[in-house]
Design a protein around this ligand. Sequence first.
Ligand code: GBH
Length: 529
Amino acid sequence: MFYKLFIFVFCIFTTSGSSVQYEKQTQNLRTFPDDFFFGTATSSYQIEGAWNEGGKGWSMWDQLVRTDPGHIRDGTNGDVAANSYHFYKKDVELLKELGVSVYRFSIAWPRILPYGRPDYVNPEGVAYYNNLINELLANDITPFVTIYHWELPQNLNEQGGWLTSEIADWFGDYARVLFANFGDRVKHWITINEPHIHCSFGYGTGSHAPRIKSPGIGYYECGRNIILAHAKAWHIYDKEFRATQGGVIGITLDSTMAMPGSNSPDDIQGAADYMTFYLGQYADPLFSATGNYPQRMIDLVAEASRRQGLNESRLKPFTQEEAKNNIGTSDFFGLNHYSSTYVYRNSSVTGIYEAPSLNDDLQVGTFPDPNWYKNPTAWVYRYGQGLRKLLVHIKDTYNNPTIYITENGFSTATGRNDTDRADYYREYLNGVLDAIDDGVNVKGYCAWSLIDNFEWSFGYSVRFGLYEIDQDDPEKIRKPKYSALVYKEIVRTRTVDPSYNPDLATDASVDIKSSFLFVLAVAVLNIIW
Ligand code: GBH
């Protein structure tokens, strides 16, 4: 009998994350290099709210949620979101609490230029971002500013948006306004967030604004115009601002890591083609010596277009002049990464996709490893080695560029006891450490996301925050999740300690119920044993 009591006490002791045990385990852990930064990321529409305040114009997301509210899974919108327009100081407090040195946020184009064009610059919009930037700098936090995270002014959307080549000038003019107003203090610029996702969801499947469904034509036109717009903004910064402001400017691309589902040559080629279509389409024009799309992709889309009876390819390669203008126009490789996949290619995928579409041009199927953990709420499979492989792929394919991981994170439902998100961060940051050992030039990491926010077509039904926000709370109180405490310790120690097990219960507003149930379960187990 006595030995059971002993085991019971022992179990509780060892599972409660005592600091004695913790100090012991930190000794052989790998350390992130001194010049590697930690940060968190957000985007304007997903957190700001104040959708019609302070002189802001409508974006195409404001348009979507007003005209098509049923499209958002839980019928919500970004009208208020985390209300960071009013509560930005709370966000900076959280960054301080986490101890991070970088905050990646985005500027809402229609808050600066309500109608999209620079003939009218909204002073209240400029004031808001000045306040945020100054608050960050006063707290020793470096702003990484995304110029465009999917909030196109509705006025420009109505004039063709990303489907018209004029947008390169529109985007360049908008970027110039930002450099002129904020570039004295902002030294890190990200032009455009995730062209692939933006074009694929906005102009391919139509699940995001502006809800255009054109997966084989509009999708590629959008991508082409985005690259030209990006290059234009880079050249404007380079010619007009770099000498006086001395910052860096690059793009953020997203990529899943694709691996062959078997050793068959078709699967191996299929996985390589997947990387070519999803990442190479955007990375090659900017980071390769050709300034153009990967030849393999040019060939595959041209061939499919011919089969479809078109006399021109749906993927229009860049002209020589455009290509020359693309080369080398990203001072760093911004990378967003969430998940991995296996890829196969055999007769079962021939002709199954709607045509024309990228899927039909690419002709592969995908599947996850059954061992990869996934939270039931969403799509992110946890496989930290996928990030390592992706980083090595970028190093090998694009001549070892400086890489900033500008987003990485995991989704759950509501609730603060998110040990699976904490495990995700640990696993992926170990993948980053492995990549550093592999010689990858990766210099920083931003966790997506600082706070729970409006997850586009999923509304608030899917959460990515390190801090929880109860959407019904008008004060939008931010409460740390378990993962925030774990991330904070990673940032503080610059190591990933698998045994660090913070106690959410010591926080004021705790979910003690689950820890109580756990202790009860241990007790019951001991008794039946
Ligand atoms: C990023 O996109 C975005 O930059 C950010 O704004 C966003 O909040 C974050 O990730 C989390 O999604 O279930 O088939 O509809 C990353 C790309 C976009 C990939 C949504 C998965 C949903 C797939 N992600 N997508 S599906």
